[in-house]
Design a protein around this ligand. Structure first.
Ligand code: NAD
Length: 313
């Protein structure tokens, strides 16, 4: 299979590249290295079945050629990370939506029909629903999460673009709604909670938990994430599909901090920090976010291979 991955030098994208290359597929990655890194691709650089282009999806002159070559396209390129989303709100909206639109416009104009997998996010559920989140719930944008509303707007727009292009041009589309994904190669500098806690625990520094720490999240190992995405994309039916991808075990930030200290053998103390101090703006965090996985399991029989403890170790 020929696989094109936008944002493939990033955390999730590099694991996708590894999965496909291990299977004998040919992989072409395009990435502007804004948050991704060439080091993530180092294990593949010498393989003849791998190709990398450093470029912005918005202006990449080879997009049409690469899309025509591909049997499957994963569109992961996006501005990510809470700090950048807050610092550059317009850039997040403009880049994320325009990149997705350019990709679909290019595929539609070409007349060929590669499968397109679009990386969406649990953020599309907003504040409206708390707890177990099902794909058929209404999506919502919450301004209670501060400037981060723009990230969820960009993902809702990407989903709408994907589904409308699919409907109009018959492009097989999978919208993959990722919940918190963790694992090797994830970097903490964009506000990702697990790498930050691990870093603080290993250094013996206070673990900074934002808010009261009773908010819960569900963490999925990136290797499970990409395996689930591939299984969904490999279904025989090519009908457009939206599916949650994650792990349904829930943990509070306080318990996560304690678990990380325990695994790291660290005596770091937990220190609660108000959102205003952490992000420079106040917001009301979403209290619970847990994926309903019935769709993923029913369609693929998927079972997780990694627990949170496995990933941390
Ligand atoms: P990441 O930052 O590691 O990967 C994103 C990649 O896209 C980076 O390598 C970056 O350099 C690249 N990129 C950004 N803009 C680009 C552009 N215009 N042209 C080319 N490349 C560009 O982040 P990630 O965690 O691997 O996220 C991958 C995707 O999954 C993103 O779309 C993100 O929104 C989505 N997502 C991730 C999570 C998570 O928990 N990691 C959760 C929900 C959704």
């Amino acid at each position: 299979m020929h696989v094109l991955i936008t944002g493939g030098a990033g955390f999730i994208g590099s694991h996708l590249a590894a999965l496909h290359l291990a299977r004998g597929d040919k992989v072409h990655v395009v990435d502007d290295l804004s948050t991704g890194s060439r080091a993530n691709l180092a294990p593949f650089e010498s393989k003849p079945s791998f190709r990398f282009d450093e470029a912005d999806v918005l202006t990449w002159p080879l997009l049409q050629q690469a899309a025509a070559w591909a049997d499957r396209i994963y569109h992961l390129a996006a501005v990510v990370g809470v700090y950048r989303v807050i610092a550059e709100p317009t850039r997040v909206l403009a880049t994320n939506i325009a990149a997705c639109e350019r990709l679909f416009r290019t595929v539609a104009a070409g007349g060929w029909l590669p499968q397109v997998v679009v990386a969406s996010s649990s953020e599309v559920y907003g504040h409206q629903h708390e707890g177990l989140l099902h794909e058929n719930m209404d999506l919502s944008v919450s301004t209670r999460v501060g400037t981060r509303w723009n990230y969820s707007v960009s993902k809702i727009a990407d989903e709408a673009l994907a589904l409308s292009y699919s409907q109009k041009f018959g492009i097989p589309v999978l919208v993959a709604r990722f919940f918190n994904t963790i694992g090797p190669r994830q970097v903490g500098r964009y506000g990702m909670v697990v790498p930050r806690f691990v870093d603080q625990a290993v250094r013996g520094e206070p673990i900074t938990v934002y808010g009261d720490g009773e908010q819960t999240r569900s963490f999925c190992d990136v290797r499970d994430n990409v395996a689930a995405m591939d299984l969904l994309a490999s279904r025989e039916s090519h009908d457009a599909l939206v599916a949650n991808i994650g792990n349904d075990r829930e943990i509070s930030m306080n318990d996560l901090a304690r678990l990380i200290c325990e695994r790291a053998g660290s005596d770091s103390k937990i220190c609660h920090v108000p959102y205003l101090k952490a992000y420079g703006e106040d917001f009301e965090d979403i209290q619970r976010r847990r994926p309903a996985l019935d769709r993923l399991r029913t369609l693929t029989g998927f079972e997780h291979r990694y627990t949170l403890e496995d990933t941390l170790d």
